[in-house]
Design a protein around this ligand. Structure first.
Ligand SMILES: [Mn+2]
Length: 344
């Protein structure tokens, strides 16, 4: 109960900042996803409606956005922290850990509002409005809009809807509560083009994305009686497919769907030149038995219990051993003594 009280006190404090402060800077995590971008656009709309000076910071390395998000009209977009950052209220959206945004070097005393739904948020803000029950950060922003009685413009409603459907897996993940559907109902009643958003996000796919999926499926291996279903993609395989890094989005859902899987993992070799030799690891759990965010935190990453990730310098062999050990420990099982993986 005291936690709930703290949360409503924090919401009141956040609302006071949004009403009273004049200059804002909005940021999210690197490789922004639908929820990050949707929350940025919606918060920009909220603050614009209040007549505020607001800028959105996305680092040049994250631009251009992945093709499915290019329809977003990012107003007041900047690619480096503004000179007056010290005067601005900085709002972090959907960012569980300040290390996930290296673009903002904040001075001491900076006003930092941390608005997020990751349960393992490190609470790095001056104010931490972390609602772990929310399906997405967009749902939290939607709640703030309602509280301020600000009507969503068509662009804001669509942005909120994008955050909602991408973070809930189109209303299929376990974070999909009644609130997610109520939010959808209100947005659709307000005119969001459901089919149009669906087409932009999940269809009109570049052919190399399909080629990359095919390669990942060929590379899929199962360990420990299938508890771990794992696929890898090398930088060379990205190149052969003609794929951009973001094209691996969604592959892990195919791995998670395999019968018997407890944890699905996609390991991508980061493409040269910036980070050759390091791997980016995405994890998904099929049920509540394994908390993949704990596995990710052990390697400096984080996320949700059923969806998490980390980057590492470990090689593939070390990585698969690490993952098998961690999963076995959580399942309270011994790691399968047969070292060879079964090839699908
Ligand atoms: Mn999110």
């Amino acid at each position: 109960v005291s936690g709930e009280h703290d949360l409503s006190a924090t919401r009141a404090a956040i609302l006071a900042h949004l009403r009273e402060d004049r200059l804002f800077l909005l940021v999210s995590h690197e490789n922004p996803d639908g929820d990050a971008l949707g929350s940025l656009v919606a918060m920009h709309g909220l603050l614009s409606a209040l007549g505020k000076d607001v800028q959105i910071l996305i680092s040049p390395g994250d631009l251009p956005l992945p093709y499915e998000y290019r329809f977003f009209e990012l107003e007041d977009l900047i690619q480096a922290p503004p000179g007056d950052v010290g005067q601005r209220t900085v709002v972090f959206l959907d960012c569980g850990n300040i290390d996930r945004n290296s673009a903002v070097a904040l001075g001491d005393g900076a006003h930092l509002l941390n608005v997020d739904h990751h349960h393992d948020n490190t609470r790095f803000g001056t104010l931490n409005y972390v609602v772990s029950e929310a399906s997405c950060t967009a749902e939290i922003v939607w709640g703030l809009l309602r509280e301020l009685e600000i009507a969503a413009t068509p662009a804001v409603a669509e942005a909120l809807y994008v955050g909602l459907i991408t973070d809930t897996g189109r209303f299929m993940y376990e974070n999909t509560g009644p609130g997610a559907h109520e939010m959808a109902a209100e947005l659709i009643a307000g005119g969001v083009d459901v089919q149009g958003v669906y087409r932009r996000l999940y269809e009109e796919m570049p052919m190399p994305k399909l080629a990359l999926l095919a390669q990942a499926l060929l590379n899929t291996r199962r360990f420990d009686s299938g508890a771990l279903t794992l696929a890898t993609l090398s930088a060379e395989e990205f190149r052969q497919a003609g794929a951009e890094e973001s094209y691996s989005e969604g592959i892990i859902d195919h791995l998670r769907a395999v019968q018997g899987t407890k944890v699905a993992v996609l390991i991508r070799e980061l493409t040269p030149p910036q980070s050759r030799g390091t791997h980016k690891v995405s994890l998904r759990a099929t049920d509540g038995e394994v908390d993949v965010s704990a596995i990710a935190r052990a390697q400096g990453g984080g996320g949700h219990r059923r969806a998490a990730g980390f980057s590492t310098a470990l090689g593939l062999e070390e990585l698969s051993s690490f993952l098998r050990r961690e999963i076995a420990a959580q399942l309270d099982r011994a790691v399968d003594q047969h070292p060879a993986a079964s090839v699908v």
